[in-house]
Design a protein around this ligand. Structure first.
Ligand code: AMP
Length: 192
């Protein structure tokens, strides 16, 4: 399996790029944000619990997202070429849990592609996206900034965690969508 993590702050283009890369490399795209929004929309117990955190711009508890990933892996790991993770892992505990889950399936993360975007550009992009995303957490600038603080405090250490295995590559996340896809693809091509 070719398993990749698309890593970076909110608004860095993970979702946009993951959608393009999954087509190009025939990978399963797993976005915990999308999975949580589906649960919210269906009004499940999990969705209602997650809503409180999501609307406040905070991370949903680790156990909730790890459980979702575990069931996706059980369902798909032996059916796909590989997985592109988008928005997961977002804490070191999630990264450790992911390693254990992948180990149990005799696989691992091949590469963490880390999108580099300046903070003011992130805020600008998310507020622009709010016009079409319908996401409450995109529309309010204070919530957007809260998400960036959560990223700095809890998620940025995940890059350091993977650096110990020497699998992190930084990629410029500003420029045209096509150029960024090509820069990411160049990194993936050397793995296959
Ligand atoms: P995203 O669509 O990736 O921007 O995620 C939207 C929101 O969902 C985040 O602000 C969090 O509240 C929640 N979320 C998504 N993925 C995770 C995760 N891996 N861990 C904790 N919370 C998450």
């Amino acid at each position: 399996m070719l398993n990749l993590i698309l890593f970076g702050p909110p608004g860095s283009g993970k979702g946009t790029q993951a959608t393009r890369l999954k087509e190009r490399y025939q990978l399963l795209h797993i976005s915990t944000g999308d999975l949580l929004r589906e649960e919210k929309a269906k009004g499940t117990v999990l969705g209602l619990e997650a809503k409180k955190f999501m609307d406040a711009g905070e991370l949903v508890p680790d156990a909730v997202v790890i459980g979702m990933i575990e069931s996706k892996l059980d369902e798909y790991a032996d059916k796909v070429n590989g997985i592109i993770f988008d928005g997961f892992p977002r804490t070191v505990a999630q990264a450790e849990a992911l390693d254990d889950l992948l180990n149990a399936k005799n696989t691992c993360i091949a590469k963490v592609l880390f999108l580099q975007v300046e903070e003011e550009e992130l805020v600008k992009r998310i507020l622009e996206r709010a016009k079409t995303s319908g996401r409450a957490d995109d529309a309010d600038e204070a919530t957007v900034r809260r998400r960036i603080v959560e990223y700095e405090n809890k998620t940025a250490p995940v890059a350091e965690y993977y650096q110990q295995f020497d699998i992190v590559t930084k990629v410029a996340g500003q420029g045209s969508i096509e150029m960024i896809t090509e820069a990411l693809a160049a990194q993936i091509d050397v793995l296959i």
